[in-house]
Design a protein around this ligand. Structure first.
Ligand SMILES: *Cc1c(COP(=O)(O)O)cnc(C)c1O
Length: 364
């Protein structure tokens, strides 16, 4: 028998979550971000469930090729644009739309030989200070692009730094509107957080949403709001089994570094899951976990291949008992990936992307 750990990808949940993005902004088109191999889910595994999207957004040209190999004929957007001039050849061949965020990318386009002019998304740095032209440089970038025979339609995009938090997006929206005023073209601003929290604002939802994390069943503004609040469903489950149990006496410790000491007699279970499977090593004692669908907590340090759980709430659990590390448990139970991430000081994004290659994945 193989080691009992397994990941599940839930196709119905993916479709449901995509519908939630549509419902939040019914008149906008939807890019689904499938970068990082669909946030760790696997592009090939999510494709059928998400093919109702209007387009797919990603960074990696290999991933764009994989989408075309699945026979996706619709729009694909390269969120970081081209990395070197010859990437434009692949854009021409595969019909990829690409972001233009710096001058060199315009130079490469000007030198590119193509029969089909390219659709580009000119990116404004409205305050994130990662990619994009600053407002003062935006007009001249547009003027250059607009004069190129290699360029077809020019659309506009920017990315929010604080759509999930207190600072909000107003300062960035204002810069975007000012920089793009009286320019013709489609616009795209919103990530998942802006879509869920702010898409009532027509300036924010614009023509194209760009949603990632919400489609993968993680709340973009956890712990302020959880997936139940946003009516999102877990799309990735990490599950395993107990492979041993231990009866502890007061004073007994658990695991490397003896970071947990039993104060009273207690039973613990050992789970076949560790950081080499993608479970976060920084999740300390108390991280939520389900055993047979019953919520309990981890105990002590996570090791490479194992972790320990408190069996107090599930006294009958024996080796072989089902353990849900995150996602959908038995009998309709749910443990949001956000709760585990929060306990480990990280985000659902990181955990799903870090699912280890050694974990067998089943699409259900
Ligand atoms: C990843 C990404 C998104 C999607 O962000 P989520 O927070 O996952 O919704 C949108 N836009 C850009 C530019 C991105 O890189």
């Amino acid at each position: 028998m193989p080691r009992p750990i397994q990941a599940l990808i839930h196709t119905e949940a993916l479709t449901h979550n995509l519908a939630r993005a549509r419902a939040a902004a019914p008149d906008a088109r939807v890019w689904v971000a499938v970068k990082a191999n669909a946030y760790g889910h696997g592009i090939e595994r999510v494709f059928q469930a998400l093919r109702g999207a209007d387009g797919f957004a990603l960074l990696d040209l290999d991933e764009a090729q994989r989408l075309r190999a699945l026979d996706w004929r619709g729009p694909i957007l390269l969120l970081e644009g081209c990395f070197e001039p010859r990437d434009l050849e692949l854009c021409s061949r595969l019909g990829l739309w690409h972001a233009v965020h710096r001058e060199a990318q315009i130079d490469w386009l000007a030198a590119h030989k193509t029969h089909q002019p390219h659709r580009v998304f000119l990116k404004l740095n409205s305050g994130m200070n990662r990619l994009g032209f600053r407002p003062q440089a935006f007009r001249s970038a547009w003027t250059r692009l607009n004069a190129l025979p290699q360029v077809d339609e020019i659309s506009f995009m920017t990315h929010f730094s604080d759509a999930d938090g207190a600072r909000g997006v107003e300062h960035q929206v204002r810069r975007f509107i000012e920089a793009t005023a009286d320019l013709q073209g489609e616009r795209s601003l919103s990530n998942s957080a802006a879509t869920l929290r702010l898409a009532g604002d027509a300036r924010v939802r614009a023509d194209w949403l760009r949603v990632g994390i919400m489609v993968y069943g993680s709340s973009p503004d956890f712990p302020t709001h959880d997936i139940a609040h946003w009516d999102l469903r877990p799309t990735m489950t990490l599950r395993s089994q107990l492979i041993a149990t231990q009866q502890l006496q007061p004073g007994d410790t658990v695991g490397y570094g003896s970071t947990f000491t039993a104060e009273a007699p207690m039973r613990i279970g050992i789970v076949a899951c560790g950081y080499a499977d993608g479970y976060p090593r920084h999740a300390g004692t108390g991280t939520p976990v389900l055993v047979e669908g019953v919520r309990t907590r981890t105990i002590g340090r996570v090791s490479m291949d194992m972790l320990a759980v408190d069996l107090t709430p599930v006294p009958a659990a024996q080796p072989g008992a089902e353990v849900t590390l995150w996602g959908q448990g038995p009998r309709g139970t749910v443990l949001a990936i956000d709760e585990v991430a929060h306990a480990a000081g990280t985000l659902g994004y990181e955990l799903m992307c870090a699912l280890a290659a050694r974990v067998p994945v089943l699409t259900v």
